[in-house]
Design a binder for this molecule. Structure first.
Ligand code: ASP
Length: 465
């Protein structure tokens, strides 16, 4: 007999059905035993006899039974299947469960996070986590469909690649075929998406993973995160802001109908004005900070193209230069400020846009440089050595074969969901995040390589922690 899902039981009164799932809870009333059976669609009460006594919470079972309507006085309005219960005829235990190391029937915030991550596959059984992952999936699907309807195509770009600096350290992967050389995991697909514009794709997006070796925070997971990366040709900054605003306004309407956006069109603030007025370039513009359904989106614009950097500042390639890019080194200077590149670089404005939601930066992007001479000048200003210039010469060459004006943005999916769901940390919206100490959930990476592996890679480890 085919499987019935828990949520469908209410439509099958009087019918014989097969249910599969977990024992959510058990109430032993001597002669009869009640259990709540849980599957991905909900829970339903099942009534059984003696044979149910051996069941424990989280056992995986198969039940054959009949759906009975509950008398009015026994209806449980707290659950969706509260109008019915299942009278079990047969019980099959598919897998016994020992008692769980963490409770899963609470919201989970009270449990030590390291323990939750060690047992993440159990932690995800809790309703809040399951719900977060479902919403995440819906959000990603919505974004993909919306962008496809606007003529975008999703293109995958390499993970084993060369450095694409976004201001963090790279993760390196040693090459076996070319001993002594390393791939870098992309901090973003920035270069590839620009190359796709040279390739004539015109409207690209990708739900992609980015890798940055920087310290975790509550709004930033360690190591990797997911972003909606997009790029468009023949556009102005206005087109990018408009598309993003329409995308997220529609997304909120569809998936978070209980939320309201406090101001439309979204306020646009200049970097200078924001810092002066709010002391930060990511102001929290909510009218009522206690209202969990208020969404205050805004844009920060007119960033300086460069920030001043001291000798100790970390930026790829510019250990000694005075300037580091505010956004990244492919951001176009404001056309009116180009002469200032030679005279007063810190005064140059960049065509950068940052997307802010309730005080968190949830995305950033820019119009890009498409003139190889200006790009070369930026490399100079940020202090690239000849060797570093060599690393990026494919961009300069690509731009000599006909490159459209282009620009884009990359909202972070984890951070966006964290804000939309009002969660306590981005890790609450990621299935298997790394812990704050940089260890992966459950599998506890990183781990040591074997002698053979190191030998094949031509690597000798000098220091171990
Ligand atoms: N690559 C940028 C980032 O990851 C986004 C962009 O400029 O489109 O922040």
């Amino acid at each position: 007999m085919e499987r019935t899902y828990v949520a469908d039981t209410v439509n099958k009164i009087g019918e014989k059905i097969n249910l599969y799932g977990w024992v959510d809870s058990k109430r032993d009333h001597k002669k009869i035993v009640f259990i709540d059976l849980r599957d991905r669609t909900g829970i339903v009460q099942v009534v059984g006899g003696e044979e149910f006594k051996e069941l424990s919470s989280e056992d995986v079972i198969h039940i054959e039974g009949t759906v009975k309507e509950r008398p009015n006085n026994l209806i449980n309005s707290k659950i969706k299947t509260g109008t019915v219960e299942i009278e079990a005829h047969t019980l099959q235990i598919l897998s016994k469960a020992q008692s769980l190391p963490i409770p899963i029937n609470s919201h989970g915030y009270e449990i030590d996070e390291e323990l939750r991550l060690k047992y993440r596959y159990l932690d995800i059984r809790r309703e809040r986590m399951t719900q977060n992952l479902r919403i995440r999936s819906k959000v990603i699907l919505f974004i993909s469909n919306y962008l496809a309807s606007q003529g975008f195509i999703e293109v995958e770009t390499p993970i084993l690649t060369k450095t694409t600096p976004e201001g963090a350290r790279d993760f390196l992967v040693p090459s076996r075929l070319q001993k002594g050389k390393f791939y870098a995991l992309p901090q973003s697909p920035q270069q590839y998406k620009q190359l796709l514009m040279v390739a004539g794709i015109e409207r690209y997006f990708q739900i992609t993973r980015c890798f940055r070796d920087e310290d975790p925070r509550k709004d930033r997971a360690y190591g990797e995160f997911t972003q909606l990366d997009l790029e468009m040709s023949f556009v102005t900054q206005e087109d990018i802001l408009k598309l993003t605003e329409e995308l997220f306004t529609n997304l909120v309407k569809e998936i978070f109908p209980e939320k309201h956006i406090s101001q439309t069109p979204w306020p646009r603030l200049s970097h200078k004005e924001t810092v002066e007025k709010y002391g930060s370039d990511r102001p929290d513009l909510r009218k009522n900070k206690n209202d969990k359904n208020e969404l205050a989106f805004c844009w920060t614009l007119d960033f300086p193209l460069f920030t001043q950097q001291s000798e100790e500042d970390f930026f790829y390639g510019s250990g000694k230069a005075k300037f580091a890019p505010s956004h990244h080194m492919f951001t176009a200077p404001h056309p009116d400020d180009i002469p200032l590149l030679d005279t007063d670089p810190l005064k140059v404005r960049g065509l950068q846009h940052d997307l802010v939601l309730n005080g968190y930066e949830v995305g950033g992007g820019s119009i890009r440089i498409n003139n190889p001479l200006i790009q070369a000048k930026i490399f100079e200003l940020i202090g690239f050595t000849d060797k570093q210039k060599e690393e990026f010469k494919h961009m300069l060459e690509a731009f000599t074969y006909g490159v459209p004006p282009h620009g884009g943005i990359a909202p972070g999916i984890d951070r966006l969901l964290f804000s939309l769901l009002g969660e306590t940390s981005v890790r609450e919206v990621i299935a298997f995040p790394a812990s704050s100490g940089g260890k992966t959930s459950v599998m506890n990476a990183p781990s040591e390589a074997t002698e053979e592996q190191l030998k094949e890679l031509g690597i000798c480890v000098k220091e171990k922690v």
